[in-house]
Ligand binder design. Structure first.
Ligand code: ITT
Length: 197
């Protein structure tokens, strides 16, 4: 069965394609259908994931899955949250975003730098599917004082997972997929879809 991955984020796409590789889906990126980006005007990860999945499904005529994700920092009242991709202004500028995050937290001491990565996945069978399948994964950790590591994407260099040594960007892709918010969400989504490897 063909499944459109409704994302234009290369890091997400690589991780989702890798997680889905053992399964019997014909996984296609939205770029294969020249699908433009949906307008992400929801107020929650769930709303944004659903609207992105519907948009890709409407444009392709195929089932679609979207990922809305981000980092919620306790000391910032949950920011950047759904605005993680454009925290520093320009959408998708990972370096600018993590640099602003470190700057915002300069005065916050170790022990008060808790944060969580959230990933909400939405799957729709067709654009007007009245029952989107939703799954939510959380990865807990702390925000570092400096960026380290070169794997992954986004905020990985400044996120110190509670269940790893070092930053998420110091984990290999194989290690990250054992632990991440995205891996957890996908596992929960596939269980609801009753898909097994
Ligand atoms: P699409 O909407 O096309 O999927 P996007 O990058 O705009 O791509 P989001 O609005 O969901 O996606 O923003 C997610 C933000 O959270 C973005 O800044 C990512 O870099 C960051 N993020 C999400 N998952 C991450 C991960 O596993 N590691 C590091 N950063 C992550």
């Amino acid at each position: 069965q063909t499944l459109v991955l409704a994302t234009s984020n290369k890091g997400k796409l690589a991780e989702l394609a890798d997680l889905l590789a053992p399964l019997h889906f014909d996984v296609q990126p939205q770029s294969a259908f020249a699908i433009d980006d949906a307008v992400e005007d929801g107020l929650s990860f769930i709303e944004n994931a659903i609207l992105k999945a519907r948009h890709a499904s409407r444009s392709s005529g195929l089932p679609a899955m979207a990922d809305d994700s981000g980092l919620a920092v306790d000391a910032l009242g949950g920011a950047p949250g759904i605005y993680s991709a454009r925290y520093a202004g320009e959408h998708g500028n990972d370096l600018a975003n993590l640099t602003k995050l470190l700057a915002d937290l300069t005065e916050v001491p170790a022990g008060e730098r808790q944060a969580q990565f959230h990933c909400v996945l939405a799957f729709v069978r067709h654009a007007d599917d009245p029952v989107p399948v939703i799954a939510h994964g959380i990865w807990r950790g702390q925000i570092a004082f400096a960026a380290t590591g070169s794997h992954g994407f986004g905020y990985d260099p400044v996120f110190l997972p509670d269940d790893a040594n070092g930053s998420a960007a110091e984990l290999t892709p194989a290690e990250k997929k054992q632990l991440s918010h995205r891996a957890k969400a996908l596992k929960l989504l596939l269980a609801q879809l009753q898909v097994t490897a």
